[in-house]
Unconditional design. Structure first.
Length: 59
């Protein structure tokens, strides 16, 4: 069976790494699953710095 040319399947935006190193991707992580958009914040917190907006009606 002849080998096919699959160069069209290579992502041109993939970062180049030095020999013996791997490009960092979503596959390189110390945790399973999606990463938190909040950074290294641990939940639950003792207090939440959020104030819900209230509408003041002019009468």
């Amino acid at each position: 069976m002849a080998k096919r040319d699959r160069s069209d399947r290579v992502d041109p935006e993939w970062p180049q790494a030095n020999d013996g190193e791997h490009a960092v991707s979503e596959l390189v992580s110390d945790l399973q699953g999606a990463h938190s958009p909040f950074g290294d914040v641990r939940f639950p917190q003792s207090s939440v710095p959020y104030v819900h907006p209230e509408t003041k009606i002019n009468k």
